[in-house]
Design a protein around this ligand. Structure first.
Ligand SMILES: Cc1cc2nc3c(=O)[nH]c(=O)nc-3n(C[C@H](O)[C@H](O)[C@H](O)COP(=O)(O)OP(=O)(O)OC[C@H]3O[C@@H](n4cnc5c(N)ncnc54)[C@H](O)[C@@H]3O)c2cc1C
Length: 397
């Protein structure tokens, strides 16, 4: 029987453990924190559910299969979340470009699609690629705003190839869109943990997984932690991973009386230079059912272009949030409660350095495998693909 040690009990480690144990391997998970799930957690507060990091998963065939096997239901987004907004000239709008800008946008995009020059070139930033393919203004007001909301990156440094180049996609689901378990994402991690125990997986929490085991090891941590773990046995790879920039993120979930749910839609993204410091806001109550009795919003701050906000205390942060919210909805309303979550070492920057580094190709000691959000994608569906592929490779050797 194959023996595998997995270092890291976040979504990547738990799903890798599941596929390995289901395939007949003898698996041990080592997690340095006292709880499993990593960044993904759902707090059950008196006002309603609060997600600490991911709040929804783009549905995939693999996710549907996993949830079917585990008996975890998946809820699709509510109709009330259909509209998405971008903020421009002091108000949210579904299309932030004027008539002339829209014509320029359509003309440029059409020409590039016809001539086949749409694909990003090697080492082309999102800003350069966007200016070439759709124009400067659409890049600033749409593309950069969307990408800072998803990748928390700086579009002058984000790699267009990493984000828009050819890459494998997860298998198609029966119904596309964003999904979540009814009780939040922690319901999925908790159910996986329960199934792992049934499958005989040994789970050791509060244990640092340094000193690699002699058998097969899967390192399912952030790039930063992985660099530490490889210091002795693969110093060059460790150095390369340490050079990956980690961008900080901050999420404040606030609960308001239900009357505050006056704004329809999923949320609003804020392009830079529009006077709002937040990267975006999600109207949680409109997105999934069961998000609290009143109205719940999550304000997202930080990213590669605003590290300083992570150093503010709650009072200063809430003042900024109140001002941003006033710019969006036109009034100040004191929330019933707020739950800030700071990720000082948040997500890997999908920048030109990461493109050049190609961490998936770095040399590794024998029997060591990597899986994580710096290799093939930040979102949970791509992490699930990686866990599945890593488990298949190990089981097949
Ligand atoms: C604010 C925010 C919003 C997001 N929103 C979404 C979203 O809506 N949808 C989506 O798909 N994704 C989203 N993401 C991204 C997604 O949440 C992460 O990419 C994903 O959770 C990372 O999971 P992971 O298991 O790879 O890493 P982690 O969750 O970081 O888990 C790694 C684990 O390894 C452990 N570890 C590290 N070093 C050691 C060691 N030496 N020994 C033992 N254990 C160790 C850590 O303690 C941790 O538990 C969001 C992220 C953030 C921050």
């Amino acid at each position: 029987m194959k023996r595998v040690t997995i270092v890291g009990g976040g979504f990547s480690g738990l799903t890798a453990a599941y596929y390995l144990a289901r395939g007949g391997a003898e698996v041990t998970i080592v997690e340095k924190q006292d709880r499993l799930g990593g960044m993904v957690d759902t707090l059950a507060t008196p006002q309603g559910l609060v997600e600490t990091a991911a709040s929804g998963i783009r549905n995939s065939g693999r996710l549907e299969e996993l949830c079917r096997e585990l008996g975890v239901p998946l809820v699709h987004t509510l109709k009330a979340s259909r509209r998405r907004y971008l903020y421009r000239h002091g108000r949210p709008t579904q299309w932030p470009l004027g008539f002339g800008e829209s014509l320029g946008f359509a003309g440029k995009l059409g020409a590039h699609l016809l001539t086949g020059s749409f694909r990003p070139k090697a080492e082309e930033s999102v800003e350069t690629w966007g200016a070439r393919v759709i124009g400067v203004r659409p890049t600033q007001k749409i593309l950069s705003a969307v990408l800072q909301g998803v990748y928390a990156g700086d579009s002058a440094k984000l790699s267009a190839s990493l984000l828009f180049g050819k890459r494998e996609k997860p298998p198609k689901p029966s119904k596309a869109g964003l999904v979540a378990p009814p009780n939040g994402l922690a319901q999925l991690s908790a159910t996986i943990v329960g199934r792992l125990r049934e499958l005989g997986v040994e789970i050791r929490t509060g244990v640092n997984g340094d000193g690699l085991s002699d058998g097969i090891t899967v390192l399912a941590t952030s790039a930063r932690d992985c660099s530490e773990l490889l210091k002795e046995r693969a110093p060059e790879t460790s150095k390369a991973l340490a050079s990956i920039e980690m961008v900080p993120l901050l999420r404040v979930t606030a609960f308001f009386p239900s009357g505050e749910n006056s704004w329809p839609g999923f949320g609003t993204l804020f392009p830079r230079e529009e006077g709002v410091r937040a990267l975006g806001v999600l109207f949680n109550t409109n997105i999934f059912p069961n998000r609290g009795e009143g109205h719940s919003e999550s304000w997202i701050y930080g990213g590669a272009t605003d590290r300083a906000i992570l150093d503010l205390d709650d009072a200063a942060l809430f003042e900024i949030m109140d001002r941003d919210r006033e710019l969006l909805v036109g009034r100040r309303v004191e929330p019933i409660a707020r739950y800030p979550q700071r990720w000082h070492v948040g997500l890997p920057h999908y920048d030109l350095h990461l493109e050049r580094l190609a961490p998936a190709k770095l040399p590794l000691p024998e029997n060591v495998f990597l899986t994580g959000n710096y290799l093939r994608g930040i979102g949970l569906p791509m992490l699930l693909e990686q866990s599945h592929a890593t488990a298949q490779r190990i089981l097949a050797t």
